[in-house]
Design a protein around this ligand. Structure first.
Ligand code: KG4
Ligand code: ZN
Length: 342
């Protein structure tokens, strides 16, 4: 039985968690910076790193009760991929604790941890090989998962991540940040067939994604198609009624979900997958969960608390490394790109 402290600072959440045996989440503290970045409608990297500096000790203090530090068996930290200034705060905190306490350090790939998040608190492991989809604000990629530590990238976005498209469409519609939960809620009251937005599947064999065309289609729908030499962003938005706004949200969401579902089906068939894993912020999406309920394979979603960024998923995945005796050195680097690349 191992108890692992996890630390997460890859983007705009400062988080710490204690997880026992890779699945039981004993403590899970997340300090979100969403309110800070909302005014810019996106994450400002320099502001994010400064906010991590302010939050890291309070978050760790909240996560750790007396005696906890002595009883943890290892310190895990998401050290890639992410914003370099943000990553450095978590990595430095984790190394300092590991060194001062003489405990092993385990560097975790944040995207990899999003895949693992599906078994937190449920303990229900997917049957391998699985196709894993990580869909968040920073990533939209599919992986062939033969085992928790045998993960291969099979497709990824060539432009925007799907969560980024949600955030940008929310900005186009004059809604708040992050856009995903707001659009998901608005879509409930709209007609998904009201507007036929494009579904970009790329070529017939492709497992890659593209969401920037969809985002532009929403922009043109809302502000009109620009004439030559005209910048559409300079045009005032058309006044949309509440019902029209809900229809745009529902139709945009339907296009995203269609693409994700079709690509998952394509990958599952190609690799003979026996289950599907969906993680990352967009895996909280109500419409996506409903659409995949009818999939012909078991689909594993994280509990809602573990969809968006958290430290429990890193502490959980670290258990697998711990059991196999795979530890990191104290010179562990913060790295902006993922371990799993083409
Ligand atoms: O995993 P996450 O916290 O951060 C990254 O690693 O990027 O994901 C955040 C993203 C944001 O783009 C947010 O708009 C999106 O997840 N998101 C959603 C929902 N909840 C969060 N997108 C669609 N539907 C949701 N319910
Ligand atoms: Zn994430």
């Amino acid at each position: 039985m191992a108890t692992i402290l996890g630390i997460e600072t890859t983007c705009d959440e400062t988080a710490a968690a204690i997880v026992v045996d890779g699945v039981r989440v004993v403590r899970d503290i997340v300090a979100s910076q969403a309110a800070i970045h909302e005014q810019y409608r996106g994450v400002v990297p320099e502001i994010a790193s400064r906010a991590h500096i302010q939050s890291i000790l309070p978050v760790l203090t909240e996560a750790l009760q007396a005696g906890d530090l002595q009883s943890v068996d290892a310190i895990a930290v998401a050290h890639r991929p992410g914003l370099i200034g943000s990553l450095l705060i978590g990595v430095t905190a984790a190394k300092t604790l590991a060194w001062a306490l003489g405990k092993p350090l385990i560097g975790i790939d944040h995207v990899h941890a999003h895949l693992y998040s599906v078994i937190l608190e449920t303990g229900v492991a997917p049957t391998f090989p699985a196709i894993g989809l990580v869909c968040s604000g920073g990533h939209t990629a599919m992986y062939l998962v033969r085992d928790w530590l045998d993960v291969t990238l099979v497709g990824s976005t060539i432009d925007d991540a799907v969560g980024e498209a949600y955030d940008k469409v929310a900005a186009i519609l004059g809604l708040g940040y992050p856009g995903g939960p707001i659009i998901d809620k608005l879509a409930l009251g709209g007609d998904p067939a009201a507007i036929r937005f494009p579904r970009t599947l790329l070529d017939r064999e492709s497992l890659d994604f593209s969401f920037s065309g969809l985002k532009t289609a929403v922009l043109y729908h809302v502000r009109g198609v620009p004439r030559r030499g005209q910048n559409v962003k300079d045009r005032p938005p058309l006044a949309l009624s509440d019902a029209e706004l809900a229809n745009v949200a529902a139709s945009f969401q339907a296009a995203c979900i269609d693409v994700l579902r079709k690509k998952l089906a394509r990958a599952a068939e190609r690799f003979g997958a026996r289950s599907i894993i969906v993680g990352g912020g967009v895996s909280a999406n109500r419409g996506l969960r409903e659409a995949l309920a009818g999939f012909n394979l078991p689909v594993h979603f994280p509990k809602l608390a573990y969809c968006t960024d958290n430290a429990a998923m890193s502490a959980g995945l670290a258990q697998v490394y711990f059991e196999r005796g795979q530890f990191s050195e104290l010179d562990l680097d913060a790295i902006t790109f993922s371990t799993f690349r083409n």
